[in-house]
Design a protein around this ligand. Structure first.
Ligand code: 2PG
Ligand code: MG
Length: 422
């Protein structure tokens, strides 16, 4: 594929911070008797995290990134790229650093994702089909990529930790999620949406409307006095209406790790004490998944929790940062059974899909995730379906940047359902 032009815009993310949007135009002309000149456009923008892992790809300040881009633009335009891998590898090589600190992971990712959209168009494929065609997952796994069960929506309905916006909130854990247990995506989404509204009513009744605001990922932020209080609220509303929902947590524990202990409320915990505390919570609240329960270098402590959890997920996020080298260590040490997949942690679609492949080959699940600072780009919806992820974290069903992802998922699944009916 020949790229004819590339343009960059600086746009604002959901926190009002500058971020990049790339626009690529490509030549789709076919050399045939009727050779029509056809060109197509595709855009992609990049999100940003707040509780970021140390090993994530480097984020270059957007204005500097645009300047840098001008230096490399002629080199991209002077070539043709036959595949995603060729394009992404070319950018990786132009950057020449291990963490993309020269061109910026954000600059590289926006180009990689816009390229994917264009290439999918050129092959007459939906984006998720294109992603699936690259992944070509092994067939004999009990995880069935590209055509298995639906990707479960994971709604982050109470925002704590670094994502809380209510100053009185005492929640150490970052995300209190509900995970749908139904098999039809539109039903799963409706359940999440109704639950979110009921929970809002419940919290406004409990704390007073003026004390309940929305956090970074559109979940509620309120003056909860501790983590258990938030969990109790979730259980209360789930039980009251008998919703088919289970609870998930993202501790983002690096945020409350203080060097040689973990601080929860005013209490200090060793890793062993913290593990026992988690086991109690898992049992009491029948928790289905638990993400980043320990500091981002604690492969062994993750492993100690990841035993006898019968069907529950221990998800690695800051621990693995969508990075093959980190995942390799985590697999060897049995630090989890699922990896969080964030495109901007590694910086290209090709590398992301290699990590997913490695996860599947080792019988790990994959959960695709947004970032706390998001744009309206819905790429992760196609990514989740394309790799047949176990779940997708796209926030609460509110605020345009979160709803954009759910809207695209609804569209994809309704197309698939209609196809199945024919
Ligand atoms: C996480 C993410 C997304 P952030 O920790 O999983 O929910 O948060 O984007 O702030 O790193
Ligand atoms: Mg996380």
């Amino acid at each position: 594929m020949k790229i004819l032009d590339i343009d960059f815009k600086i746009i604002q993310d959901s926190r009002g911070k500058d971020t990049l949007e790339a626009e690529l135009r490509a030549d789709f002309s076919r050399k045939s008797v009727f050779s029509l000149r056809k060109s197509a456009l595709a855009c992609a923008s990049v999100p940003s995290g707040k509780s970021t892992g140390t090993h994530e790809a480097f984020v270059l300040e957007p204005k500097k990134a645009v300047k840098k881009f001008k230096e490399i633009k002629p080199q991209i335009l002077s070539r043709e790229f036959d595949s995603q891998e060729e394009f992404d590898n070319f950018l990786i090589q132009l950057d020449g650093t291990p963490n993309k600190s020269n061109l910026g992971g954000n600059l590289i990712l926006s180009l990689s994702l816009a390229f994917a959209r264009l290439k999918a168009k050129s092959e007459n494929l939906e984006l998720f089909q294109y992603i699936c065609s690259i992944l070509r997952p092994p067939q004999d796994l009990n995880i069935r990529p590209c055509g298995g069960l639906i990707t479960r929506p994971i709604f982050n309905v109470i925002n704590g930790g670094a994502h809380a916006t209510n100053k009185e909130s005492k929640l150490d854990f970052q995300e209190f999620q509900v995970i749908s247990q139904v098999e039809d995506f539109s039903v799963a989404f409706s359940v999440g949406k109704i639950f979110y509204r009921k929970l809002g009513d419940y919290l406004r009744g409990k704390f007073g409307a003026e004390n309940v605001v929305l956090g970074d990922e559109a979940g509620y932020s309120a003056p909860f006095k501790n983590n258990e209080e938030a969990l109790d609220c979730l259980v209360e509303v789930i039980k009251k209406y008998n919703y088919p929902l289970r609870i998930g947590l993202d501790m983002a524990a690096s945020q409350f790790f203080k060097g040689d202990y973990y601080l929860i409320g005013n209490k200090k915990y060793s890793a062993e004490e913290l593990k026992n505390y988690y086991l109690k919570l898992i049992e009491t609240y029948n928790i289905l998944s638990i993400e980043d329960p320990f500091f981002e270098e604690s492969f062994e402590d993750f492993a100690k929790l990841n035993v006898d959890l019968s069907g529950r997920l221990v998800i690695a996020d800051d621990l693995t940062t969508t990075n093959p080298k980190r995942l390799k260590i985590a697999v060897e040490k049995k630090s989890g059974n699922a990896i969080l997949i964030k495109l901007n942690q590694i910086g290209t679609l090709t590398e992301t899909l290699k990590v997913v492949k490695m996860a599947y080959e080792n019988n790990w699940r994959a959960v695709v995730s947004h970032r706390s600072g998001e744009t309206l780009d819905d790429f992760i919806a196609d990514l989740a379906v394309g790799i047949n992820a176990w779940g997708i974290k796209a926030g609460a069903p509110a605020k345009p940047e979160r709803l954009a992802k759910y809207k695209r998922l609804l569209e994809i699944y309704s197309k698939q359902n209609n196809k199945n009916k024919i």
